[in-house]
Design a protein around this ligand. Structure first.
Ligand code: NAP
Length: 244
């Protein structure tokens, strides 16, 4: 229970990787603010955590709306651990990317984390400690066709991770990122079997990740076990890059 007494805000914790992170942080003793939009899924995650003896509450907010992001920060109160996990990924060639989808990628994947760090990091600085983990993607550092705005919005988040790490290091706040490879979540549920097989074949391990495997890395970076690590992007990719 090394996180007891700490409060963690996990965005997009109603599904997939965020849900797994929220559950594991609660197992470590943190009180978890489960964020998302879907109240039914939020209640299910809170009930799951409480049934295992943990503490959690659900705070809904639409992260595409800056005012709602700021309300989420205000309603969260003092936060020791911030996990910027919620994200959108629509794979489209540039000619098919609408203005609305451009804005959605930037608002959700880049601006919402920015606003949350701007709102919550000063409190961490005042209390002398804090840990921020941003969930990026392998696609932020690989050049692939069709992932344009997704890759660009997450590449900005990775750059901000390093900038924030430098900005806050001397004040006791660490900032890191995890870059998952393909992971089995509700967000990737609609992928057809052939695409799934093709993606699995690009990993050295020959399989996609389970959300819990990505969450382990997030929780490690959030915890004091990684006390001398800041400004890194940790790939959790089943050895995908090892294939060259
Ligand atoms: P997912 O299954 O699609 O779940 C998305 C989560 O984000 C849900 O909790 C959803 O909440 C929330 N969310 C979506 N739009 C939102 C909005 N406008 N406002 C507030 N919350 C919103 O996601 P995932 O696959 O676990 O992905 C999580 C993160 O990992 C993302 O940042 C993604 O880019 C990254 N990632 C995923 C993969 C992968 O293969 N799955 C690979 C690399 C990186 P509600 O449904 O309650 O609104």
């Amino acid at each position: 229970m090394e996180m007891s007494g700490q409060t963690a805000l996990v965005t997009g914790a109603t599904a997939g990787i965020g849900r797994a992170v929220a559950v594991q942080l609660a197992q470590e003793g943190a009180e978890v603010i489960v964020h998302g939009r879907d109240a039914r899924r939020g209640a299910e995650v809170v009930a799951h955590i409480e049934a295992a003896g943990g503490r959690a509450r659900f705070v809904p907010a639409d992260l595409a709306d800056s005012d709602d992001v700021l309300r989420l920060a205000a309603e969260s109160g003092a936060v020791d651990i911030l996990v910027n996990n919620a994200g959108v990924y629509k794979f489209l060639p540039t000619s098919e990317m609408t203005d609305e989808l451009f804005d959605l990628h930037m608002d959700l994947n880049t601006k919402a984390p920015y606003l949350l760090v701007r709102s919550l990091a000063p409190g961490m600085v005042r209390r002398g400690h804090g840990s921020i983990v941003n969930v990026s993607t392998l696609a932020a550092s690989e050049v692939t066709t069709g992932t344009g705005m997704y890759s660009a919005s997450k590449a900005a988040l990775e750059q901000l991770t390093e900038i924030w790490a430098a900005e806050y290091a001397a004040q006791g706040v660490r900032v890191n990122a995890v870059a998952p490879g393909p992971t089995r979540t509700p967000g990737t549920d609609d992928m057809d079997a052939a695409t799934f097989k093709r993606i699995e074949a690009t990993t050295a391990m020959g399989r996609v990740a389970e959300p819990e495997e990505v969450a382990e890395a997030v929780v490690f970076l959030a915890s004091r076990r990684s006390s001398y690590i800041t400004g890194v992007v940790l790939e959790v990719s089943g050895g995908r890059l090892a294939l060259g």
